[in-house]
Ligand binder design. Structure first.
Ligand code: ACO
Length: 336
């Protein structure tokens, strides 16, 4: 039966972007005061110099996500009531019942838009962007608010120096909307995962959730645990493979892509991806020095920075890439 609401293949445009960053900062010098670490070790192994740290008395996942989406709507010249759907990419929502997305949608006046949280750890924003592109392109939605927002510092055990130095808080959002130019939006998407390796990066809520490799270690429940070297190897391999797949599937070369908009996990992982895929420095923005790893928020923060500096013009090609716990990974090639 023909669906009267199906309008066919629309083009898809990123109409606006915005940020929701907490004021607080946690520098490597601050960490030196509370654990046995050094600025030199952290910078050399990760590229991080400072991260944003939300204040639990003032900030929340909801407040950061709302700020980011409000800013993206005003950048797009749109109102919350223009949105058909809000996707809140996060693994650190304030609550699961109701979802963070429902409350963000209410805060920005996007009712009765559909709203859901999308939990794919560091891949969440790119997963959500792929869903948004598909919904708009198919005509199922006209405009979608896509958020990547994390309050991760409340999931850190600061006696665990291998993990807690990495993560920071913040939010970025994009408003994705239908466009008459059908060439705009995703030329190619990948939205994948492999749960067999879940235990390499996880957050235990009770004893039963602690995998074999971590049983002997002191563990604070509710805090993120990671087998760092396994994740490092996964990330380096997957990053290179995903970029190569996107280029092969579209018949493009690295030089055809204006910007690679990549999850900021570790500067060494990003540098290896650049070497393997022959990507010059100016095409892969790194800001991990200022924000640390903000999981779902890292890609929309980079996207906003590039757009604000005029580095993504209409018609440019961008490749979005992220990977994270699950394990998950996602990518797309997007004609801006
Ligand atoms: N300060 C000082 N020394 C430290 C610290 C620290 N913060 N952390 C670990 N060390 C010490 C260790 O104790 C160890 O000492 P030892 O040999 O005496 O035991 C030594 O440094 C080496 O430890 P490793 O854990 O082997 O350090 P590694 O070189 O693997 O670096 C790191 C750790 C940075 C976490 C690395 O494994 C990594 O980048 N992994 C990728 C993980 C990642 O990016 N995760 C992001 C989240 S997941 C995502 O976004 C998908």
């Amino acid at each position: 039966m023909t669906d009267p609401h199906f309008h066919g293949q629309a083009g898809v445009r990123i109409a606006g972007t915005g940020l929701g960053l907490p004021e607080g900062r946690l520098t490597n010098a601050d960490l030196e005061k509370i654990m046995d670490t050094s600025d030199e070790w952290i910078v050399q192994r990760t590229g991080i110099r400072e991260r944003r740290k939300a204040d639990p008395d003032q900030d929340s996942q909801l407040s950061m996500a709302t700020k980011a989406l409000d800013a993206a709507l005003s950048d797009a010249g749109m109102k919350g009531s223009d949105l058909d759907l809000v996707i809140n990419g996060t693994c650190s929502a304030d609550s699961t019942v109701p979802s963070g997305a429902c409350r963000v949608a209410a805060n920005v006046g996007a009712t009765p838009a559909g709203a859901f949280d999308l939990v794919a750890a560091c891949s969440s924003f790119v997963y959500a962007l792929n869903v948004a592109d598909t919904m708009v392109r198919s005509g199922r939605a006209k405009s979608v608010g896509v958020i990547g927002c994390e309050f991760l510092t409340r999931m850190m055990d600061y006696s665990d120096r291998r993990v807690s130095i990495l993560f920071g808080d913040g939010a970025g959002a994009a408003v994705v909307t239908a466009d008459e130019d059908t060439r705009r939006g995703c030329l190619w998407q990948m939205t994948e995962g492999d749960g067999r390796d879940w235990e390499k990066l996880y957050r235990p809520m009770d004893e039963s959730q602690i995998p074999e490799w971590d049983r002997e270690n002191p563990i604070q429940q509710g805090c993120i645990r990671m087998s760092g070297q396994d994740i490092y190897r996964f990330a380096v391999t997957k990053f290179g493979e995903v970029i190569a797949s996107g280029l092969e599937a579209t018949g493009l070369k690295s030089e055809d892509i204006s910007q690679f908009i990549c999850h900021q996990s570790n500067i060494r992982i990003l540098q290896k991806a650049m070497e393997r895929n022959e990507i010059p420095d100016e095409k892969l923005r790194i800001n991990i020095d200022r924000y640390g790893n903000t999981s779902a928020a890292s890609v929309p923060i980079i996207l906003h920075e590039l757009r604000s500096e005029g580095k993504l013009a209409a018609g440019d090609l961008a490749m979005f890439v992220a990977f994270g716990a699950g394990l998950t990974w996602a990518a797309n090639v997007w004609r801006v």
